[in-house]
Design a binder for this molecule. Structure first.
Ligand code: UDP
Ligand code: MG
Length: 139
């Protein structure tokens, strides 16, 4: 299936100048970056983006972290882009991530894990629309 997915390069990575390093891994794995924008989420926007997690113990810390510094929002395109990008990202916890994945290579911790990727077709559409509304990012 030819798909689009929403990717975020998170504050820990933009802060360490890792956007190019991460983009290289994305492109080397056959996904095309068709849109990209650097922006800073405010607290309200971060809360809305991660509202599915609002009951979790890590939610407040996650919101603070995601709104602490600029992020780079991207739309990626390719065959099975959603699942493929999840594979390229690696496990949420970098200690469990496989060799070669972005999180294995650059993530700091389970929270500061450098990247976000949509986890379903429905959420990819939702997340791309979310960033179109707040920042006109589009493919
Ligand atoms: N997160 C965290 N602690 C946890 C689990 C998740 O701080 O125990 C953060 C982490 O930044 C993660 C995000 O919350 O990427 C969303 O969690 P999810 O389970 O959706 O992981 P992902 O889909 O990003 O792998
Ligand atoms: Mg998730």
């Amino acid at each position: 299936m030819f798909e689009r997915t929403l990717s975020i390069i998170k504050p820990d990575a933009t802060k360490r100048n890792l956007t190019g390093t991460i983009n290289k891994i994305i492109e080397n794995n056959g996904l095309r970056i068709i849109a990209q924008k650097r922006l800073k989420l405010n607290e309200e926007q971060a809360k809305k983006f991660y509202e599915v997690h609002n009951e979790k113990s890590f939610y407040n810390d996650l919101i603070e972290y995601m709104s602490s510094d600029p992020i780079v929002v991207q739309v990626l395109e390719g065959d099975n882009a959603i699942t493929k990008y999840r594979e390229i990202m690696g496990s949420t916890d970098p200690q469990l991530a496989e060799e070669g994945t972005i999180r294995k290579q650059v993530a700091i911790s389970k929270q500061e894990n450098s990247v976000h990727g949509s986890d379903s077709v429905e959420n990819a559409t939702k997340e791309i629309n979310f960033f179109f509304k707040i920042a006109e990012i589009v493919g």
